[in-house]
Design a protein around this ligand. Structure first.
Ligand code: APR
Length: 320
């Protein structure tokens, strides 16, 4: 059986880390694509030269032409530019929408059967636009945010409870941004929900509230520290978990930005919800009951995503 093919559209900080992880895990052969000449080729060569030491078998290729992604089983999209100081939200939307158009058309032409994972920000709008531009089935296009946001939440909770991260599960739903919704009721240590752990004296509501707030601004905290860029290790790992679930038909239940058609009372939007990823792509959208504050926060988050889409449609009439 031929090896699987993974196309990484965007070969910057996250793209390079994705290639490293995919190679180390032997998920398949890897094409690093970018508009910048030399960067994908240089990263591919550098990574290939780590193969003999690590002992992984994967062909790595750098490319500046969409032809090279032909027949990819998975495409992971990080192409775009980050928001720079002085740039408005709509400036960023305008630039990255153009990038999504080029990427969407490239995927439609050369890898129409791929499972596509979008990471480019603002995530919930970009994944929606990428799906529109590519015309791929909705269940084959998803956004990576929830796995990362949940991983941040799990890390902070494990630190607070002084237990292994392995035993901490958590859900962060809604849009990827200030309005994301860490759901405490469904976050557990080995099955014990966080509200019960508070009752058991493991922590206090105030401390958990502070962890929720830190999770919401988790990306910003890292930007503040790095100063010249944003997080890339954890975002890349998160997308690889999604790709692996698809390639190996693992049917993992992961929070991802998925296209909703009435679930959670939301229609034709990409929002972070729990989904099952298997060989069919998004095989199931899991509707958990959200109550009280979580429900109110989710609705606020959905309203923020809607607003972003209105702005996108204003910028690019073809999205109307
Ligand atoms: N086609 C292909 N690649 C492009 C295009 C395009 N039209 N426009 C820009 N790129 C490439 C850039 O050349 C760069 O190599 O996308 C890459 C982005 O890499 P970085 O700037 O290093 O960004 P990274 O940290 O990898 O994050 C990528 O993910 O989390 C989000 O907010 C983040 O939107 C950003 C994206």
């Amino acid at each position: 059986m031929a090896r699987k093919k993974i196309a990484l559209i965007g070969s910057g900080m996250i793209g390079g880390t994705l290639a490293h992880l995919a190679a180390m895990k032997e998920l398949g052969d890897i094409v690093l694509f970018d508009i910048a000449e030399g960067i994908p080729q240089g990263k591919a060569l550098d990574l290939a030269q780590s193969g003999p030491v690590e002992g992984f078998d994967a062909n790595l290729k750098g490319a500046n032409s969409y032809e090279d992604i032909a027949g990819a089983d998975v495409c992971i999209v990080t192409a775009g530019i980050p928001r720079k100081p002085g740039m408005s939200r709509d400036d960023l939307l305008g630039i990255n929408l153009k990038v999504m158009k080029a990427v969407g058309e490239g995927i439609a032409q050369y890898a129409p059967d791929a499972f596509v994972i979008c990471i480019t920000n603002p995530l919930d709008a970009m994944v929606w636009a990428l799906r529109e531009f590519s015309g791929l089935p909705h269940q084959k296009v998803v956004g990576m945010a929830g796995v990362l946001d949940s991983a941040r939440f799990r890390h902070f909770l494990a630190e607070e409870f002084q237990v292994s991260v392995e035993d901490v599960t958590a859900f962060v739903l809604g849009g990827h941004g200030d309005t994301m919704v860490p759901v405490i009721e469904y976050s557990t240590v080995a099955g014990i929900p966080v509200p019960d752990l508070i009752k058991m004296g493991w922590s206090t509501q105030e401390r958990i509230d502070a962890i929720v707030a830190r999770t919401r601004s988790g990306g910003g905290e890292i930007v503040g520290l790095l100063k010249t860029g944003s997080a890339f290790y954890a975002p890349a790992t998160s997308a690889i978990a999604m790709a692996e679930s698809y390639l190996k038909d693992k049917k993992r239940l992961l929070p991802c930005a998925a296209h909703l058609t009435g679930q959670y009372g939301v229609d034709d939007l990409y929002v972070g919800v729990p989904i099952v990823i298997g060989a069919g792509g998004v095989e199931r959208i899991v509707e958990i009951e959200l109550k009280g504050e979580a429900k109110a926060n989710f609705d606020t988050s959905v309203a923020a995503v809607k607003e972003l889409l209105v702005a996108c449609k204003g910028i690019d009439g073809s999205l109307g």
